[in-house]
Design a protein around this ligand. Structure first.
Ligand code: DAT
Ligand code: MG
Length: 150
């Protein structure tokens, strides 16, 4: 089953929106399989956002993501990567549709509340940066057959 990394970024935690993000993904039908509150180190931030190292916003991005605790999670489900991205909304909240996390809760690209892996290559790479394999659980929910046709 597909898995994806989701981060509630420092702005989301500071604004008390971690529960809101979790709630929206739960209600969507995705399954939470790993979760921790953590402080991101400079090294982890640079590795996680490595694709953006040449961009002008990179230093600000690293200092922001390391500035306060985040909630890191792995969510699982059919098409989990794409579903999380759609539920998050576009990168810039100014363009995000109402009904999405960023479209309902944000107004600024540098304070867009949430991170979600963007594809089948980045998801396992990012999950591996934030979680050891034994921290990711496998379990049944009684609602599963009511969410996904068996
Ligand atoms: P996403 O988080 O939607 O996957 P991304 O991977 O392109 O977006 O960028 C990572 C983060 O960097 C993004 O959530 C916010 C920040 N960012 C992206 N583009 C930016 C820009 N033009 N100015 C400032 N921050 C930006
Ligand atoms: Mg991205």
């Amino acid at each position: 089953m597909e898995q994806t990394l989701v981060l509630v970024k420092p702005d989301g935690v500071q604004r008390g929106l971690a529960g809101e993000v979790i709630s929206r993904l739960e209600k969507r039908g995705l399954k939470l399989v790993a979760l921790k509150l953590m402080q991101v180190s400079d090294a982890l931030a640079r590795e996680h956002y490595g694709e953006h190292v040449e961009r002008p916003f990179f230093p600000g991005l690293v200092s922001f993501i390391t500035s306060a605790p985040i909630v890191a999670m792995v969510w699982e489900g059919e098409n989990a990567i794409n579903l999380v991205r759609k539920t998050m909304g576009t990168t810039n909240p100014v363009d995000s549709d109402p009904g999405t996390i960023r479209g309902d809760l944000g107004i600024n690209i540098g304070r867009n509340i949430v991170h979600g892996s963007d594809g089948p290559e980045s998801a396992p790479r990012e999950i591996g940066l934030f979680f050891r394999p034994e921290e990711i659980l496998s379990y049944e929910r009684s609602a599963d057959p009511w969410i996904t046709e068996p």
